[in-house]
Design a protein. Structure first.
Length: 332
């Protein structure tokens, strides 16, 4: 048996988890700072860093306690190395480095996006690479061909706003609180599809995404026609969500045609959206979404990623630094 302690602090969640053999979650503690940042309409990095410092020890101790695993039974400490906010990342990294040094066990610097993909290993015991993955989060809308555990080929990505970022920005235009994604989803349920906001499908074979044009069109629309009733705001939320998912669906169909993939894994915060799940359910492919609790940031997914690093004998040095813009092919 191998037990990995995972630590995640890349943004506004302080999270720790213990996972057995990369797949079985023994504990999964997430301390969310959302109520603190809501007052500012978004994450304030300095406040996030300070809060991480304040709670990380308690979060890790609780994760260990709930798992029933003692520190000397751990095989490694997995921690998010990037991408993310540098201050918050440094808090998790410093804690993990000290812990790994103190216990004399491997430090495993995990790529946050690899973690999001590994969230699916926690739920689907039969899922093994290769497969096609789409990550839709606050910072990414990226297609990858996952060739092996921790091995990726980038097929297409965000050219401007990521999908979650577009949800957050449209939410702000509609005076919805942070984080905007779940709020837009809720408001959209009350609206109808009345607006044909422009979709950027880009070149015929492109798997890149661009959502900034749609976002600007909504801003212009609101300047000309202020949405002063809830019904008007709900229609905009509804049409934005439908057009954004039209783009996602079109791109997924392209990706399936191009790669002839049999399995598609969706990961990242936007994967929590029920309308997205419903719309994609008719695709002729073995489709996997993580359970809701593993869609948004958590440390169980980081521990799973760390397990597969350890399996392939990858370790990180104690000089490991935070990498706010880390790409998926140069982690560790
Ligand atoms: O993966 P995540 O928790 O953090 C990042 O790594 O970015 O994703 C957060 C993003 C935010 O932009 C949030 O608004 C979006 O995911 N999100 C959603 C939903 N839940 C979270 N977007 C649409 N619908 C949702 N239900
Ligand atoms: Zn994330």
């Amino acid at each position: 048996m191998s037990y990995i302690l995972g630590i995640e602090t890349s943004c506004d969640e302080t999270a720790a988890a213990v996972v057995e053999d990369g797949r079985h979650v023994l504990s999964n503690i997430v301390y969310s700072q959302i109520p603190i940042h809501r007052a500012y309409g978004g994450v304030v990095p300095e406040i996030a860093s300070r809060k991480h410092v304040e709670v990380i020890r308690h979060v890790v101790e609780t994760a260990l306690e709930e798992s029933g695993i003692s520190p000397d039974e751990l095989s490694g400490i997995a921690v998010t190395q990037g991408p993310g906010l540098v201050g918050p990342l440094l808090v998790g990294l410093s804690f993990a480095k000290a812990y790994s040094f103190g216990l004399g066990i491997p430090l495993l610097g995990v790529h946050h996006l690899d973690g999001h993909i590994c969230a699916n290993y926690l739920a689907f015991s039969d899922l093994t690479p290769p497969f096609l993955a789409l990550i839709v989060s606050g910072g990414h809308s990226h297609f990858y061909h996952v060739t092996d555990y921790g091995e990726y080929e980038l097929l297409g990505g965000t050219r401007d706003d990521a999908l979650g970022e577009a949800f957050d920005k449209v939410a702000r235009m509609l005076d919805l609180p942070y984080p905007g994604g779940p709020e837009v989803e809720k408001l959209a349920l009350l609206g109808q599809d009345r607006h044909n906001f422009p979709m950027a499908l880009l070149e015929e074979d492109s798997l890149d995404f661009s959502f900034s044009g749609m976002k600007s069109a909504i801003r212009n629309h609101l300047q000309k026609h202020p949405a002063d009733t809830e019904a008007a705001r709900a229609d905009i939320a509804h049409s934005f969500q439908e057009r954004a998912f039209d783009v996602v669906e079109t791109k997924i169909k392209r990706a399936i045609l191009q790669t002839e993939a049999k399995t598609l894994v969706i990961a990242g915060g936007v994967a929590a959206n029920q309308r997205l799940r419903q719309r994609l359910s008719s695709l002729a492919i073995d489709l996997r979404f993580p359970p809701l609790k593993y869609c948004t940031d958590n440390a169980a997914m980081i521990a799973s990623s760390g397990y597969y690093m350890l399996q392939s004998e990858k370790r990180s040095p104690l000089t490991l630094n935070a990498k706010p813009n880390l790409s998926l092919d140069n982690c560790g």
